[in-house]
Design a protein around this ligand. Structure first.
Ligand code: DCP
Ligand code: MG
Length: 398
């Protein structure tokens, strides 16, 4: 039988267009940057993480002498390692002394963050020259929204990989999927130098067999707790009794777990050029009826707006657009938003706008979740210095 999540996905699939989201992650990033500088180390087990005392020295014979892991003494940890070192069991975050037992002959190099930042900028610029909708996720990973391209997605991804290699001399792995959650899992599937494309139909055969901790958002603690319940794989999560998950993880997280395990994720790719939104949402302890539970719902709704206003004020933003999000008992999602004549960070104004949004939704089903979102943000100080931003709509109407 189809679960509500599956049905939800199929409906989304029919009514909305499918996104194509790429996650790009550089291969053994710091180590690969070091190999550009020391190409003679290619093919060897190399560990990054030493201090500057481990900088290679050039001997009188002109040969470089590298520090070896076996000689390391101290409490440092491995920052990253080449795939050859990984084959010996040496991974990021492992104590260096422990790593030395596994790979005594591995070369040890110091970290050089300035170089890594330089190559990080280079690879991101190379991707942006082809596909500009990029969400920066840190030094060696990005999401790219490829939905609007008509090209074959593999051809496009290969073009991006080639551009990264031309600009940096480095390889990366790309995963392409209908959303960020799956794309992130997918970029790891064929590392290094991977190019993996999955669709919704691949979730069961390719994603479900993977360990639950492969999902970004299932950390070591949650994975341990799941394992204690006999839940090892993503498929186990998908097949788990929702009540069991809810008892152990609370409603918000268990609901997310169920959606994630079915490969569902609506988060947009957020580019740094667009101002982000700020939102507050809550999943109810039990499904609430819009009319019968009005007495419970109204204060929750108001409280969300007050908290959202507090977030805006603390962060120094005002918002032109206020939106709401509802998730119904059947997991369908409805959103509405309203653009105001003036940007605001005022709880009462937000509550009023959100209330107007709510009136535009037919509330005939029980609700699981309610959220309020502020977008089209500007810095409050910019608005204060330039009132036309605040009153743009009023002026433009004249
Ligand atoms: N890093 C770190 N500490 C960690 C993990 C990683 O400082 N515990 C640094 C070093 C990595 C970089 O961040 O080079 C990117 O992290 P990744 O997890 O992407 O690891 P790599 O790029 O090294 O390897 P992979 O090919 O698995 O992506
Ligand atoms: Mg990486």
């Amino acid at each position: 039988m189809l679960s509500p999540y599956r049905i939800s996905y199929i409906i989304d699939f029919m009514v909305s267009h499918i996104r194509r989201i790429a996650h790009l992650d550089m291969d053994a990033f710091y180590a690969s940057v070091e190999l550009l500088r020391y190409p003679d180390l290619r093919g060897q087990a190399v560990v990054i993480g030493g201090g500057s005392r481990h900088t290679p020295e050039v001997g009188e014979d002109g040969q470089r002498r590298y520090a070896k892991l076996r000689d390391y003494v101290g409490r440092g940890v491995v920052t990253t390692s080449t795939y050859e070192a990984r084959a010996l069991g040496v991974f990021s975050a492992m104590g260096m002394m422990k790593a030395a037992k596994l790979a005594p002959d591995a070369v040890l190099l110091p970290t050089d963050f300035e170089s890594y930042r330089h190559y990080s900028r280079l690879f991101k610029a190379a991707v942006a020259s082809i596909a500009p909708l990029i969400e920066d996720r840190g030094i060696d990973e990005i999401y790219i929204d490829l939905t609007e391209f008509n090209d074959d997605v593999r051809v496009l991804a290969q073009r991006i990989k080639d551009a990264v290699r031309n600009a940096t001399g480095l390889s990366c792995s790309i995963g392409i999927a209908p959303n960020k959650l799956l794309a992130k899992i997918c970029s790891e599937l064929e590392k290094p130098n991977g190019l993996t494309v999955i669709t919704e139909a691949d979730v069961a055969p390719r994603i479900w067999p993977l360990r639950a901790s492969k999902v970004n958002g299932i950390g070591p603690k949650a994975a341990e707790k799941l394992a204690a319940l006999g839940i090892q794989t993503i498929g186990d999560v998908a097949a788990a009794d929702p009540a069991l998950l809810q008892d152990n993880f609370g409603r918000t997280y268990s609901e997310w777990l169920m959606r994630a395990s079915h490969g569902l994720d609506e988060r947009p790719v957020v580019t740094s050029s667009e101002t982000k939104s700020i939102s507050r949402e809550t999943t109810f302890e039990r499904d609430l009826h819009a009319k019968l539970d009005r007495g419970v719902l109204t204060p929750i709704f108001t409280d969300l707006c007050v908290r959202l206003a507090g977030d805006l004020q603390r962060k120094g933003y005002v918002a032109r657009t206020i939106g709401i999000k509802l998730r119904f008992a059947d997991f369908r999602i409805a959103t509405r938003d309203l653009t105001l004549p003036e940007a605001t960070d005022d709880a009462a104004a937000i509550r009023q706008a959100a209330g107007e949004c709510l009136r535009r939704i037919t509330l005939d089903r029980r609700l699981r979740l309610l959220g309020v979102r502020a977008s089209a943000l500007s810095r409050k100080e910019d608005v204060a210095n330039n009132p036309s931003v605040m009153q743009g709509e009023l002026f433009s109407e004249r």
